[in-house]
Write a protein that binds this ligand. Sequence first.
Ligand code: ADP
Length: 438
Amino acid sequence: MVVASTAIYSFTADFRHDDFCSLLRSRAVNIAKLVLDSYEFNPNQILRSGTEYPSRLPDEKFMILNYKNDTLYLSDRYWKLKGLNNIIGQVRSNRDALSKQDDYEVVGTTHNTGIYQFVVIGAAIDKNGLLHLKKLRNILIVVCLISLILFSIAGWFYSGRALKPISDVVEKVEEISITSLHLRVPEGNGHDEIGKLAKTFNKMLERLETSFAMQKSFIANASHELRTPLTSINGQMEVLMMKDRSADEYKSALSSVLEDIKSLIDLSNRLLLIARTSAEGPSSYSVDVRIDEILWQAQEEIMKFNPGYHINILPDDSVADSDSMIVKGDEYLLKVAVSNVMENACKYSPDNSVNVSFGCRDKMIELVFEDRGIGISEEDLNKIFEPFYRGANAISFSGHGIGLSLVNQIIKNHNGTIKISSQVGKGTKVMLSLPAVS
Ligand code: ADP
């Protein structure tokens, strides 16, 4: 506003000055014509001074000089023009001169009559123009001040309104801590940028809340699973210590304690593996691993500790050569995953047996583990990948409920998929697929 107002003022001032000066110049020339036409004159001689021509411009004064710079005509005998010689010099060299003395605009020009050239100087005050200019200046100052006040109020009001959603979000975010992750930030209308930001933030809070809840239940479950064998060991030891026992009694108590310790070791190993695999996330492994060999090794190890299990491994027709069974991965983790699925199938089947078939289709290696065991109910199927979740019909079997979540994590880390289909009382089919190298 200030820049625009200054520009308007200075353009108007320039225009007024030019306009008035050209008016004064043409008036000066007219006066010169009148004076020089009306009198018989000798160009060397001062003609007269006077105010016989009706005044048109406020406080106008004129002066006519001959080629010797003698004054021929002076409209106001008391008029003393400062720097007259300077002005005459300018007029003689440029034909025109402009200057300002006090409130007077002074113009100088030449006027020719035949062979004589005269210098005509006019001066007047542009009272009207200056008054208008002053009024314009005052109006612009007032308009600027009023605009400043209005813009300040409007800016304060609208910026407050525009920033309110942000300050609401900030206020709410400050309230949110680890114990109040259920709180959500206001989403406003949900359509503008701030609404979208708040929505995204709420989604992130939702994910945080879920993962905190999962972590909490994981810790609670893990401590529970660790405490059970420890309490059992503690109880057995206390009973054992109450009196002297026979060697057989000590032996049987110690073997039971040993079982509990094995279970503890197994559990802590799995917990460590879960922590490791979930920290790694989907990885890009560089080592070639042959899946068929993993299957044979897993079978051998399981059979060593569970001689009653039957694990039948059969390649299907799609296996052309052993090279087609190579994946990039971690041999140890893949063996853990395969063993878990095999052991589960045998554990949850009355005949303790599982049929494992493997093949390669569309650059994916597929492993299918089929058993005729207790099966998994539809409700349990959705949850068996959650850590520590155990099927309702599996409670009578030993286990901690973290095997499948570990398998799921390992397969995901190898960019593979796991699918389970099952019918209660009939059997379960677990399908693992992993990207083949060739
Ligand atoms: P665990 O076997 O120690 O209970 P898992 O994580 O390996 O833990 O399995 C989770 C649950 O999935 C088991 O408790 C069981 O209910 C179900 N499950 C897994 N595999 C089978 C299977 N082959 N047959 C029937 N149920 C199974």
